[in-house]
Design a protein around this ligand. Structure first.
Ligand SMILES: Cc1cc2nc3c(=O)[nH]c(=O)nc-3n(C[C@H](O)[C@H](O)[C@H](O)COP(=O)(O)OP(=O)(O)OC[C@H]3O[C@@H](n4cnc5c(N)ncnc54)[C@H](O)[C@@H]3O)c2cc1C
Length: 554
């Protein structure tokens, strides 16, 4: 069923990226926003530490640029990073105008602040205090609250919540809208002149993750099925400090280490100075691997975060959300050693876009965690992802508002290796079967276990090949499955996870070196020839178009 007249812009996602696009578009444009869960439920909502921007008196976009490039381990796209850091101050001012209330210094109070009184936090691999935060450690919740309030006040924006986008519509190779399932399981289509993927991340593919349940890589799967190129999927960031308690995992922000917390092993040793001169504030990949190495040496499944030497009252006030979370698990943030482990956190790769947010499919854009602009390289600098969603969201909206050329698409550059990945399953391996929610749950659990076992902090060819076979076999079991109407979104979500897992594994197999968050046990060195070099994956049909494109741009 086709619903309503065509929209100007369809946006899939209600986190910082999608909402920035929606709110920045002029009011005369007809805009629709989809979220698969309730509005406000997104990775954005759970962001703790904050949003990086060079606003301090001793800071500059040039320093922010340097830190981002250094953390990215030789893979950042410098032009994209320059745009990120230089356009950040203005984009943040716009965010504040929309109603986001970042924490401010009280007159005469201690702490680092901008000249106009915004408090600044410090996080790993940042050379300056530059992280704006809200509600102490509830930055994402405040951003989501303010943007949702602004959105609801706009009558030109149609909101579809609990509506699952399952497919992109194409005509003559160009994206013309979406097919979606509403909360009653009714399928409908909507046409739009431009479609923006802002679906967020992929943490849900791993057994241990900081992400909420909805991070199932839908956007990457939608783009891939529409023939868009994807890249850098081998780079999944594992956050060093996720609290492990009662079989639950909860992020403990890097800002806690920014305030001076230590990491300790079971012998009580503060071990990070042995691994890096930056100690606890080294880039995330370095800290996460150091924790893994201590866990392996001690044969334990966690290490400890220690705030006991820091002023208790100040810590509870600075981190109210984390403090409450610890209390729920019988821990006192300031008095107890907190058991932590690394867990899947942020996907640096995704749908390949240029600096205008265009994918390789005309009229299809991508922004936020689902997109790969190249700003994060092989390892994201803390608090740069909310910023990326904001800055690049604004850029996409400004391009669309300026009367865009609907045929433009991202060009593939000659610094990439193009790889055609054939995801077709052998027809006789696919059973027709009715499956229920329980089967889908089991499949997802199996996938998450195998990704954790073989595709996490340490990888090798043998494990990756086995994982690839297993992921493919799981996808074959569901490819022709039938479910009840209301379970249809869960089935598509599960298939999306399986497909993207295969692409992640293919990318991890291809990069035969260790760089940033991608650590190959069988290729432990960094290959200088692969600095700045991307592996770009295309489906067989898209590959044929890309060859022509490369001939033009190389
Ligand atoms: C616990 C935690 C703490 C973090 N802390 C920080 C931090 O301090 N600073 C920082 O910079 N970053 C932080 N991050 C990362 C950051 O929060 C995310 O990268 C960022 O919020 C992603 O924003 P987004 O708009 O791209 O996607 P999201 O905020 O994840 O939004 C995705 C949206 O897409 C919708 N969607 C997805 N698939 C479909 C579909 N098929 N159909 C319809 N709708 C769909 C979802 O419903 C949702 O609305 C943190 C992440 C986590 C999990």
């Amino acid at each position: 069923m086709v619903r309503s007249q065509p929209f100007d812009v369809a946006i899939i996602g209600g986190g910082i990226a999608g909402l920035s696009v929606a709110l920045r578009l002029p009011e005369h444009m007809r805009v629709v926003v989809f979220t698969k869960g309730q509005f406000g439920e997104s990775n954005t909502r759970y962001a703790q530490g904050g949003l990086a921007v060079a606003l301090g008196a001793d800071d500059s976009p040039a320093l922010h640029f340097q830190d981002t490039i250094a953390a990215g381990a030789g893979l950042c796209d410098e032009a994209a990073v320059r745009i990120l850091v230089e356009q950040a101050p203005e984009a943040v001012r716009w965010l504040i105008q929309l109603g986001v209330q970042f924490d401010r210094a009280n007159p005469g109070s201690e702490g680092h602040a901008t000249p106009d009184g915004l408090l600044l936090g410090r996080e790993g691999a940042h050379s300056r205090w530059r992280v704006l935060h809200a509600g102490g450690d509830a930055t994402g919740a405040e951003i989501e609250r303010a943007l949702m309030a602004a959105l609801r006040a706009r009558s030109s924006i149609t909101l579809y919540e609990k509506t699952f986008v399952e497919r992109l519509l194409l005509r003559d190779g160009r994206c013309i809208g979406v097919e979606a399932l509403d909360c009653e399981g009714q399928r409908f289509t909507l046409q739009a002149r431009a479609t923006v993927l802002a679906n967020g991340g992929a943490g849900g593919l791993w057994l241990h993750t900081s992400n909420p349940a909805g991070a199932t890589a839908d956007g990457t799967a939608l783009a891939w099925q529409a023939g868009a190129a994807v890249t850098d999927l081998e780079f999944m960031q594992f956050h060093p400090t996720v609290l492990v308690a009662h079989n639950e995992t909860h992020l403990i922000s890097e800002a806690v280490r920014g305030e001076g917390a230590y990491l300790r092993n079971h012998a009580g040793e503060r071990f990070m100075p042995r691994y890096s001169a930056q100690a606890e504030l080294a880039p995330r990949d370095v800290v996460a691997r150091a924790i893994l190495s201590e866990m392996q040496a001690e044969q334990t499944d966690h290490q400890y975060l220690d705030l006991r030497h820091l002023p208790a009252e100040k810590m509870h006030a600075r981190f109210p959300t984390i403090s409450a979370l610890c209390r729920q698990h019988g821990l006192d943030l300031a008095k107890d050693l907190l058991p932590i482990e690394p867990a899947a956190h942020y996907c640096m790769g995704g749908v390949l876009v240029d600096t205008a947010g265009r994918t390789t499919v005309p009229a299809l854009y991508a922004v936020g965690e689902v997109a790969c602009t190249g700003v994060h390289g092989a390892n994201r600098l803390a608090s740069n992802s909310l910023l990326e969603g904001l800055v690049y969201g604004v850029r996409i909206a400004d391009e669309l508002a300026a009367g865009w050329n609907g045929t433009a698409r991202a060009a593939l550059t000659h610094t990439a290796t193009l790889i055609t990945y054939d995801d077709a399953l052998e027809a006789d391996s696919i059973p027709f079967a009715c499956v229920d929610e329980q089967t889908l749950r089991c499949t997802r659990q199996e996938l998450r276990q195998l990704m954790w076992r073989s595709v996490s902090l340490s990888r090798d060819q043998e494990g990756l090949l086995t994982a690839q076979q297993q992921a493919r076999a799981l996808r074959a079991q569901l490819a022709h499955a039938h479910v009840e109407d209301e379970a249809q979104p869960r089935l598509v979500e599960t298939l999306n996870m399986l497909l993207v897992a295969e692409l992640v594994i293919a990318a991890a197999l291809e990069r035969r070196e260790s760089r940033g968050s991608h650590w190959r046990q069988d290729y432990q060195g960094t290959n200088v020839d692969l600095a700045g070099h991307r592996f770009v994956f295309l489906s067989p049909h898209a590959a044929r178009c890309a060859q022509k494109e490369v001939a033009v741009h190389a």
